[in-house]
Design a protein around this ligand. Structure first.
Ligand code: ATP
Ligand code: MN
Length: 477
């Protein structure tokens, strides 16, 4: 007999039936009550054992962490806490687990400790919830674009272009690090390397996605990206997943509409599909925050925060207006910012973004029209000659969640910008070709998938929303 997922048993509550459940033992109380979880839901099913009729050799093996199968009758539960339970008739032990050595005890563990045993943490309620939600978000993103006529493009992971992230990239090579082939002047001879040139892991699929937008109309990428930036923050990973839509004939205002509709739709879909996991995480967060002083606790619970974003529009504010607000803000005047805002042209730090979102506007904000010299070369220059059609979407607790722009579609302007940014034209001729042959207005953005998962799950550290985080000095598993 095949097993039934616990999620279906709990939903259907078809009492009086024979059922088989398989999963991992969370707890075994009084030699009688097994809490079993199979990953299909945050909830366990209670299996009731008659220890007088069960072999001692089996009972001994029902320990936290063991993998077992229970065949029995589904009945209305006698106890409080669950509607139905399984009266066990037969128990098969698939995999024993030494209770002395199993690191996950039925008690609360710190997230830091669980990070060290990332290979076992999906067995906990918290991480089960996080990774189920991560799946639903990924699915909802593909569905969102598919339904609106976008094509998914798989842009390269190994890239021969380093225009975007010079200095922050991971090199890919098959050369012997101890003894690389050298040129006469002593420099490394990459012509002897696998690709006969220097190549890296991609930091973004945008430039390639643009080529496809100017062919297929509306496209998006959803793939891994790599940044060798040494930023040990709760929002940066060395390997993360990015979603990058790119749309022909869309200007910056269309781009903002898309970003806002997209985020709100995905969040609505999480609320609709992940109710149990979100309720669990929301309560978890409230319990965590009880330890904080009252003025540091969130004004809204996780569920309220998600609903708020789903229901309310984002504020659109120009960079220039944001600088005015920041310059005149209390924390700036009182010297509370680590990077004080003095002049127009300053790059905004996470502390400024969070002030605007959390203290000033109290809602998600889209900042647009940034100074050209703090943004990438491909962003469209405005008529003022000093700002570009860039936009960043800022979220509470996260800061920047999306970065995007209208792209410079004019050949001459783009070529000049590349020269200004010291980008060698020969290497980017393929990119310039889109502007040589049938260019048009187009726009796109990049959403860091893990930052979205962070926002939806309320997890404070980005390392806790990706199965195996890669950060400076850490590449376990
Ligand atoms: P930040 O200023 O936060 O480092 P960025 O300006 O470098 O972000 P972009 O190059 O615009 O970011 O990348 C697009 C999106 O990718 C960002 O809005 C963010 O959501 C995400 N992102 C960027 N860097 C990382 C990282 N190291 N780890 C996880 N997500 C990231
Ligand atoms: Mn960055």
């Amino acid at each position: 007999m095949s097993a039934t997922p616990i999620v279906s048993i709990l939903q259907e509550q078809n009492v009086g039936r024979d059922v088989t459940v398989r999963g991992w033992v969370r707890t075994f109380r009084s030699r009688r009550f097994i809490a079993l979880n199979d990953g299909s839901t945050i909830h366990n099913i209670q299996c009731v054992v008659d220890f007088e009729k069960t072999d001692e050799s089996i009972l001994k093996k029902i320990t936290t962490g063991a993998c077992i199968e229970v065949q029995g009758d589904l009945v209305k539960s006698q106890g409080a806490g669950q509607a139905v339970e399984v009266i066990a008739k037969n128990i098969i032990v698939h995999g024993e687990s030494d209770p002395e050595k199993f690191p996950l005890q039925p008690k609360k563990h710190s997230l830091e400790f669980l990070r060290e045993i990332a290979h076992l943490r999906p067995r906990t309620q918290t991480f089960g919830a996080v990774f189920r939600i991560r799946h639903y978000l990924s699915f909802a993103i593909h569905e969102y674009f598919h339904k609106r006529g976008f094509y998914n493009v798989h842009t390269p992971i190994i890239t021969g272009s380093d225009a975007e992230g010079a200095g922050e990239m991971f090199r890919v090579t098959t050369m012997d690090a101890a003894n690389p082939p050298k040129n006469e002047d002593g420099s490394i001879n990459y012509r002897e390397d696998f690709f006969e040139k220097e190549v890296n892991l991609t930091v973004s699929g945008q430039l390639e996605a643009e080529l496809f937008a100017l062919s297929l109309g509306k496209v998006y990428t959803f793939g891994p990206t790599f940044r060798a930036e040494n930023s040990n923050t709760s929002r940066h990973l060395a390997e993360f997943w990015m979603i990058e839509p790119e749309v022909a004939f869309a200007n910056l205002s269309d781009n903002m509409d898309l970003a806002e509709d997209f985020l709100r739709s995905i969040i609505r879909s999480a609320i609709a599909n992940c109710a149990d996991d979100l309720a669990f995480l929301s309560e978890r967060l409230q319990n965590e925050e009880k330890q904080l002083p009252a003025n540091e606790r969130s004004a809204m619970s996780l569920m309220e925060r998600l609903q708020f974003v789903a229901d309310n529009g984002f504020r659109r504010v120009s960079y220039t207006e944001a600088i005015d607000i920041l310059k005149n803000s209390k924390p700036n005047k009182k010297g509370k910012f680590q990077y004080p805002i003095e002049n127009w042209g300053a790059d905004l730090q996470s502390e400024h973004e969070r002030f605007l979102v959390e203290k000033h506007f109290k809602c998600p904000v889209i900042l647009f029209d940034y100074p050209a010299n703090i943004k990438a070369f491909y962003m469209r220059l405005n008529e003022d000659g000093k700002t570009v059609r860039a936009m960043d979407v800022l979220f509470p607790g996260i800061g920047e969640i999306i970065g995007g722009s209208q792209r410079e579609e004019r050949f001459d302007v783009l070529r000049q910008k590349m020269a200004d940014f010291n980008i060698p034209e020969e290497e980017m001729n393929w990119y310039l070709d889109t502007r040589r042959f049938g260019s048009c207005v187009h726009s796109g953005f990049g959403l860091g998938f893990e930052r979205l998962v962070q926002f939806v799950t309320g997890m404070g550290n980005i390392r806790d929303v990706i199965p195996f985080p890669r950060t400076p000095g850490n590449c376990e598993f």
